[in-house]
Design a protein around this ligand. Structure first.
Ligand code: DAH
Length: 342
């Protein structure tokens, strides 16, 4: 067949087939068939090599024109197909842009995390460091090094959850820490004074739960040991803490209290106006005191050389006061209606 005819035929059949393509896949198949490396147009161009120079020139340019023309038509056909597809989406899934959007839930911090951070900030600004310790603890640290010997009645202060484990002497000596105080002994055992640390963490008690009691809650322990630390240093530090967290107008009150690991021991209250109440009340927020000489001796310090103070703050207590929460169990229920308020 003369080249002219071949060209003409290629043009009409390829165009007709292009018209009939209804998907991207078919368009691609069409491209391979005509314009691909082994396609008809390419094949034709290759064949032109064997023609006379004049014919080659004429048909060569015609064949190249055809190639360019088909490439253009392919681009047009692709565009048309895309437009049709877009239109079809519009028809089938018409979007009403006036409808209200879906609410995106943004996470927030738990109220206890917020309070813990606030307390940490207050003490960090006074030169304290933040450290953490184990929740599963030895009797040795939780009680003995804190001047609470075995079988001593003061152990009754802490209803203990024991781990079901016995040492080689058959003694049950592992527990869930009942307070963060064991970290006092752990830190002093490892460090030399001066020491100024706070220890936030979780503690456990074998206790029935009600509005004001939980079997697990949080404390922030504090410890400062150095030469010449006095009771006045303790009062000043804790007063400053109360003002930083509860505002500069807050009054504080110290009263005598008993904890085996401090002497003298106190509890600290802040004045508090309950929501709806007309008169201020005193609310206890922590225990504190001067580190007992026996505790200092137990970790190898000389009580003649060093003195110090310690304190233990109940985190839930502070959060309940600050946010006006009246049931401690709410902190652990994970009820979004509660958590969203903060
Ligand atoms: N550990 C005590 C408790 O859980 C609280 C406490 C009282 C800690 C006095 C102290 C302190 O460091 O000095 O009941």
């Amino acid at each position: 067949m003369p080249v002219e005819n071949t060209l003409e035929q290629l043009r009409s059949t390829s165009l007709q087939e292009l018209e009939e393509c209804t998907s991207k896949l078919e368009l691609e198949e069409w491209r391979v068939k005509y314009l691909g490396r082994k396609g008809h147009v390419t094949g034709l161009l290759r064949k032109l090599k064997n023609l006379e120079p004049l014919e080659k020139k004429i048909f060569g340019s015609q064949a190249n024109q055809l190639k360019g023309f088909l490439e253009e038509r392919l681009v047009l056909a692709e565009g048309k197909l895309m437009a049709e597809e877009t239109l079809a989406i519009g028809e089938n899934d018409r979007i009403d842009v006036t409808r209200p959007g879906r609410l995106i839930n943004v996470g927030g911090y738990h109220p206890l995390t917020k309070i813990r951070r606030e307390i940490e900030e207050a003490f960090i600004s006074m030169g304290f460091q933040v450290v953490e310790g184990p929740e599963i603890e030895w009797d040795h640290y939780n009680f003995e090094l804190l001047n609470i010997p075995k079988n001593h009645p003061s152990r009754d202060i802490w209803d203990t959850l024991w781990v079901d484990y016995r040492n080689e002497r058959g003694e049950r000596n592992m527990l869930l820490r009942t307070h963060t105080s064991p970290m006092q002994a752990r830190i002093m055992e490892q460090e030399e004074p001066p020491i100024r640390v706070i220890v936030p963490g979780k503690v456990y008690r074998y206790e029935a739960t009600d509005r004001t009691h939980e079997w697990h809650f949080h404390q922030v322990e504090g410890l400062a040991v150095d030469k010449g630390i006095t009771f006045a240093d303790m009062k000043g530090t804790l007063y400053e803490f109360a003002r930083k967290v509860f505002g500069s107008e807050r009054k504080v009150r110290f009263r005598c209290d008993y904890f085996p690991f401090v002497e003298p021991g106190v509890d600290m209250s802040i004045d508090y106006l309950a929501p709806g109440a007309t008169t201020h009340d005193w609310l206890e927020i922590m225990g504190a005191g001067m580190v007992h000489p026996k505790v200092l001796e137990g970790v190898g310090y000389d009580p003649e050389e060093y003195t110090g103070f310690a304190f233990g703050i109940g985190l839930e207590r502070i959060a309940m006061l600050k946010y006006g929460i009246d049931d401690i169990r709410l902190f652990f229920d994970n009820d979004l209606r509660f958590l969203r308020q903060f």
